[in-house]
Write a protein that binds this ligand. Structure first.
Ligand code: 26Q
Length: 826
């Protein structure tokens, strides 16, 4: 009997466990064959690479589930605190390669597939990418899950199982066209549906206050079902979990309607319930304040908090009062911040705790990470909509606010203006609930995502709160996982690093410092350049296949990939290209170092100017790529559908990383870090984490330009007049856009008019400084040994930007969680 039931924590029994858990090529091969037969069920003759992908994925998942069982049991046994990362987005990227790497079975998997006549590259290419995020914030959540597991910290990621993730981008006639992302079409081998892990979520209706307490009578009820994806740590046995909630109709509701004869109405309701988790909303949408988005947020947060309390109930001898000792709940921006009111509702209305005790537990449990300073991106919900949707939560928000403002009034007597500024309810214009204020008041820790950003938070958006509770505020500079963004993305560099400084760097990125000693070594420089060149050829092949543009690897690869947004200033980058174009056209015999400008990124479907920026890039590319006077020096490519997967081809191939946002606008950036670790030099403003990148790399290894935050503020104070900057080259370059050189001038007129007459992100103010800095880039590139030295030093000094460092800081300073070693083989 004991041989058949697996003991969690112990290695699986032999021989039964072998094809499910063995890490050698033979066990893996048998695992694949078993799954082909019993899970896929296709005759051998009909097997294609996608079937091998699914069979291998299932075999890999088996191995992770074995570790998962052991991890759960260990943290339950030890009663250790669990970090819950609440995020509306997890941009995980393809899972197979990452899981093979973290389990240490890349070689065995390749061998097992080869035995079966399959090529691992072809099999890896079959995986659809789960695009459950917009960009940086969602990818950060994914990097942090990787680091939490690798650092052996028990953790649960909680989010939404969107049926359609971020749209797929196609480029037609130079314009972005959106296609739905049907990532679940072929099934998802990584997830395990847990229909028995489900919770009811109420919505709308009204509240009744009686002698027995509060009753919330909802307008509708839906159900959330858990889908669990294992998150394997690298080189350890720890395997955490990502729990994504999917919306379902509540059967008993449907049944009621059935009994009254309205069967079709019941089925229709079922259809609308399931739309709640249908689609991920893009950021930067003009009408982002949609009711369904609030429902999505409340839905996943309510399921997650009910789940947490359920786990707590099941813990031996644990009471609600231990919530902050057992769980840390981190809010990834304000998107899950309704959780503050929901936890109060659960504790007070459903569990009968007194307000004061519930509030103390809530504040001690939550932490809040802010990711933006842009006023238009701070989430607020119209009061009327909030009240109609979540009537009980509005009452709770009012009560939190009443008590909070009493506290503020006691600290700052007679300061009505301060009370107005700090209130959870915005009173200017249409009244609204300010989610950043709710998150700040409801959390014991509030952090920004780069040193500059955290400083600006303390002195601008949340200044009043920082004055009231200075001890709550801290900085946690973002980081990225070197497992995905070096080991997987850049196998050439991985091999070179392993040979040069040993393998430890992958879990201790500061060891890259060991490269400094080789920065001037000609033999090492040669190897470094060879790795970069191979990566450039790999990207050039991809660019040729996807765009038809030929990028010669001798060129300087100058890359800007990120969401398309005015504040990120892709159009400033274009103005530099146009300047070089103009010079080449007007200076006979001019020779400049050949460059390949590579762009990629999605524009929110309703963001008019961002979509025109894409058209601008492609139109400039069409002209310069096909002009024999210019194309030897300039080529421009727009890589369609920028994603985690093609990012892994792009970052390692860059020589130059464009991080050119208006100072004060980019909270951190994480692409900047991915480029640096892969040996690109940065051209950038003093914005977000660029400041720290420059500090680490050394100012002599960073191309700095542009206004600083105080200079930007000063310019705004004294009145910015963009037209003042339209002289000389800039005047000529702007004229090119409306003189027909790049096609129909009406297409670019809105962009040019916006720059000339408003220029909210100071593109023209930074133009001259940017072009001058790009001239310095050209000069530096001409000295190839000097450039290579700078490239090596950038990578050598990038250790700070590992998500392992970032997550360790969260664990120490905010979550108070230590490692839990899970016994058994890693
Ligand atoms: C909000 C309301 C309605 C619909 C959508 C949204 C929404 C969704 C996603 C708002 C914002 C986002 C994503 C924001 C984001 O990715 N921010 C980035 O976070 C990174 C990680 O901290 C930083 O590095 C970037 O600087 C920051 O822009």
């Amino acid at each position: 009997m004991t041989d058949l039931v697996q003991t969690p924590g112990a290695p699986s029994p032999e021989p039964y466990g072998h094809s499910r858990t063995g890490l050698d090529p033979d066990s893996l091969r048998r695992g694949i064959v078993d799954h082909l037969r019993y899970s896929i069920g296709r005759p051998a003759a009909a097997l294609r690479p996608e079937h091998y992908y699914r069979a291998l994925a299932l075999a890999v998942r088996d191995r992770m589930q074995d570790n998962r069982a052991a991890s759960t049991q260990t943290s339950l046994d030890l009663g250790r605190k669990i970090t819950c990362y609440l995020s509306a987005e997890f941009l995980m990227g393809p899972q197979l390669g990452a899981n093979l790497l973290n389990l240490g079975i890349e070689g065995p998997a390749r061998e097992a597939l080869a035995e079966l006549g399959q090529d691992i590259g072809e099999v890896l290419a079959c995986e659809p990418e789960p695009g459950l995020g917009n960009g940086g914030l969602g990818r950060l959540a994914a990097c942090y899950l990787d680091s939490l597991a690798t650092l052996e910290r028990p953790a649960i990621g909680y989010g939404i199982r969107y049926e359609f993730g971020i749209f797929d981008q196609e480029i037609r006639d130079g314009w972005q066209v959106e296609k739905t992302d049907n990532w679940l079409a072929q099934g998802n081998p990584w997830e395990i549906a847990k229909p028995d892990v489900s919770y009811l979520v109420r919505w709308g209706g009204f509240t009744e206050h009686t002698a027995d307490g509060v009753r919330w009578v909802p307008g509708r009820v839906l159900k959330g079902v858990a889908y669990d994806t294992p998150i394997q740590g690298y080189g350890v046995r720890t395997c955490n979990v990502l729990t994504l909630w999917s919306a379902r109709a509540v059967e008993s509701f449907a049944l009621e309607a059935f009994n009254t004869g309205d069967y079709y109405k019941a089925v229709e309701d079922e259809v609308t319930s399931e739309t709640v988790t249908k689609i991920l909303y893009p950021n930067d949408e003009p009408d982002a304040g949609k009711r369904l988005r609030l429902l999505q947020q409340y839905f996943f947060v309510s399921c997650s908090l009910q789940h947490v309390l359920h786990i707590l109930d099941d813990l031996e001898g644990a009471s609600l009062r231990e919530l902050p000792e057992r769980f840390a709940l981190q809010l990834n921006d304000t998107h899950p911040s309704i959780g503050v009111a929901e936890l109060m509702r659960l504790l007070v209305d459903e569990r009968g705790l007194g307000w004061d005790e519930a509030w103390a537990l809530t504040v001690r449990t939550f932490g809040y990470t802010n990711h933006t300073l842009l006023p238009e991106a701070l989430e607020t919900w119209p009061l009327a909509m909030f009240g109609e949707s979540l009537p009980r939560h509005l009452e709770i928000v009012y009560e939190i606010n009443r008590r909070f403002l009493d506290e503020v009034a006691a600290r700052f007597p007679g300061d009505a203006e301060r009370l107005r500024r700090m209130s959870l309810i915005g009173e200017d214009g249409d009244r609204s609930v300010r989610m950043a204020h709710l998150a700040t008041v409801g959390s014991h820790a509030v952090n920004g995502v780069a040193a500059l950003h955290s400083e600006l938070l303390r002195h601008s958006v949340l200044a009043d709160f920082a004055e009231l509770w200075p001890e709550r505020f801290s900085n946690k500079t973002n980081g990225v996982t070197p497992r995905r963004f070096v080991a997987l993305a850049n196998p050439g560099l991985r091999g070179l690093l392993d040979r040069t400084i040993g393998e430890g760097w992958l879990t201790d990125l500061d060891r890259l410092r060991g490269l400094e000693a080789f920065a001037d070594d000609p033999a090492f420089q040669q190897e470094w350049q060879e790795v970069k060149r191979a990566n450039k050829i790999r990207l050039a092949d991809y660019v040729r296949e996807t765009t038809g543009v030929e990028l010669e690897p001798e060129r300087l690869f100058d890359v800007q990939v990120k969401r398309i947004h005015e504040y990120k200033r892709q159009h400033l980058n274009v103005l530099h290209i146009l300047t070089a174009y103009h010079r080449l056209k007007t200076t006979p015999g001019l020779e400049i170092p050949p460059r390949a400008f590579v762009f990629g990124g999605k524009a929110a479907p309703g963001y008019f100017l961002a979509k025109r920026i894409i058209k601008l890039i492609t139109a400039v590319g069409d002209v310069v790529n096909n002009d024999p006077e210019v194309s030897p020096f300039l080529k421009v490519a727009f890589v369609p559908n920028f994603s985690v997967r093609n990012g892994q081809l792009i970052y390692p191939a860059a020589d130059l990383s464009e991080q050119i946002s208006t100072a004060g606008k980019e909270a951190s950036g994480t692409g900047n870090m991915k480029f640096m670790i892969n040996g690109a030099l940065t051209i950038g403003t003093l914005d977000g984490a660029n400041v720290e990148i420059r500090e680490e790399a050394g100012p002599e290894n960073f191309f700095l330009f542009g206004l600083t935050v105080p200079e930007v503020e000063e310019l705004r104070r004294t009145g910015y007049r963009p037209a003042d900057h339209v002289t000389g080259e800039l005047a000529a370059v702007l004229d090119l856009l409306t003189d027909g050189t790049f096609g129909d001038p009406e297409v670019f007129r809105p962009l040019v008019d916006n720059l000339r007459h408003s220029d909210p992100f100071l593109v023209l103010a930074d133009y001259a400084s940017f072009v001058e800095c790009q001239d310095r880039v050209d000069a530096a590139w001409r000295d190839r040994a000097g450039w290579t030295r700078m490239s090596i030093l950038n990578a050598a000094r990038s250790g700070k930007f590992s998500s392992d460092r970032a997550v360790a800081e969260y664990c120490d300073d905010i979550w108070n969680v230590g490692p839990v070693t899970v016994a058994g083989r890693p």
